[in-house]
Design a protein around this ligand. Structure first.
Ligand code: FFO
Ligand code: ATP
Length: 201
């Protein structure tokens, strides 16, 4: 097996192991984590008034963002959700998400706002992007579900050194690994927020 395939299979086994770990968290652990995430977010992340925050709706044991989203709305911050691009099918758009937004499920069964082009926010106009992830390491490397959606969507952001949005991964503490094998297209994060920690690079 060559080095590229070695790395790929190491990534895949880490992915399976950590996904199982987070799916095995008890409902009470998930709700405590969701509450701590909300508190930790406002303690560490200072956002401009009316800031635009990209977030995600939790799936597969991911850190539950529902309490954080309620609080973002309560503070009059604008929330945006990823929508799988209807034509490219491999990148994400960020669409405004409000209490009464019409929703649909994407090809993975994850809820996303029903596409409405007027409600799409260009990536560079988001102030903060909160990313789901499967595993992260001490260098701020992120590994996702394996679709490459965030990496492809953020490729220009990274190559052209955009200043916004600030990229912050959200994860349970049990999703930290020592070192992740990285791929050339991986976009490193500026920070990771867990229920108990704020790692900043
Ligand atoms: N909550 C959330 N929303 C998100 C993401 C995410 O990671 N979490 N994404 C981040 O990119 C995008 C969707 N990407 C995903 C990629 C793969 C799978 C997944 O479940 N894959 C299955 C195989 C399913 C199949 O082949 O049909 C699996 O690996 O078991 C889910 C989401 C956009 N929205
Ligand atoms: N910038 C890019 N341009 C083209 N293809 C890409 C790019 N980024 C990722 N890919 C493709 O996506 C596939 C999955 O990448 P990877 O395993 O790093 O995804 P991931 O980070 O786990 O997923 P996600 O970003 O959706 O959470 C790779 O095999 C790669 O071919």
């Amino acid at each position: 097996m060559n080095n590229f395939n070695d790395q790929k299979s190491i990534r895949q086994s880490i992915r399976l192991e950590i996904r199982e770990k987070r799916r095995n968290l008890q409902a009470c652990e998930q709700s405590a984590a969701a509450n701590s995430l909300k508190l930790n977010f406002f303690q560490h992340i200072k956002t401009p008034k009316n800031a635009r925050i990209g977030c995600y709706l939790s799936n597969d044991g991911e850190l539950d963002t529902s309490l954080l989203i309620q609080e973002l709305w309560h503070k009059n911050l604008q929330v945006f959700m990823p929508v799988i691009h209807p034509f490219s099918g491999t990148t994400l758009l960020f669409q405004s998400y409000e209490k009464n937004s019409p929703m649909t499920t994407n090809r993975y069964g994850i809820l996303e706002p029903k596409l409405n082009c007027q409600d799409i926010c260009p990536l560079a106009e988001l102030d903060v992007l909160l990313l789901p992830l499967v595993a992260f390491d001490k260098h701020g490397n992120r590994m996702g579900m394996g679709g490459g959606y965030y990496d492809r969507t953020l490729a220009r952001y990274y190559q052209e050194h955009w200043r916004t949005p600030k990229l912050i991964g959200l994860a349970h503490d049990c999703q930290r690994v020592d070192t992740l094998p990285t791929a050339a297209w991986d976009v490193p994060l500026q920070a990771i927020l867990t229920p108990t920690q704020f790692y900043c690079w």
